[in-house]
Design a protein around this ligand. Structure first.
Ligand SMILES: [Cu+2]
Length: 169
């Protein structure tokens, strides 16, 4: 039920923000997106401590996010995502040295960041990429700033595995 309501709220916010999101909000989202991308890039290099550093940065970006410029529909979406995303960022931040566990959180975090980017815009073109093999063949997606595939779940073992599913403008 919660998912359905969130879906509707996102659809509503997309309609109201397509004419232009407040500049301040875009900047705050950009900090969240940039910390997420830093984390994703660390995972592509199997860099667990780099991912942990980015996790702490992402947690801070959420903490510093200015909600005052949001419309009530945007605020609703943000608040739906925030607690969950912060928890994943925190666990990734605390689990340097345990990259398998960090990647489990990264998969769930990617869903949250995707919802935010769809509602607020990412401040840059982003690609939704999909790896069909992660999680025993269940598959998982991530967001990237480049069209070229660099897989954060497989890292160096299978860096180019996966494909672009969506271009988010
Ligand atoms: Cu954890």
């Amino acid at each position: 039920m919660k998912k359905i309501i969130l879906g509707l709220a996102i659809a509503a916010a997309t309609l109201t923000t397509s004419s232009g999101t407040d500049a301040k909000t875009t900047i705050s989202i950009k900090e969240i997106v940039s910390a997420y991308l830093q984390m994703k890039n660390a995972f592509t290099e199997d860099n667990s401590s780099g991912a942990a550093t980015a996790g702490k940065k992402l947690e801070a970006a959420f903490k510093n996010f200015d909600k005052s410029a949001l419309t009530s529909a945007q605020k609703k979406i943000y608040e739906e995502v925030e607690a969950d995303a912060r928890e994943h960022a925190e666990h990734i931040g605390k689990n340097g040295g345990n990259i398998a566990h960090q990647r489990e959180h990264f998969e769930l975090l990617s869903k949250d960041i995707y919802d935010l980017v769809k509602a607020f815009g990412g401040g840059q073109i982003l690609y939704k990429d999909f790896d069909p093999m992660y999680n025993k063949g269940k598959g998982a997606f991530w967001l990237s700033e480049t069209k070229e595939i660099k897989n954060p779940y497989m890292g160096k073992a299978m860096l180019t595995s996966g494909s672009v599913k969506e271009e988010i403008k």
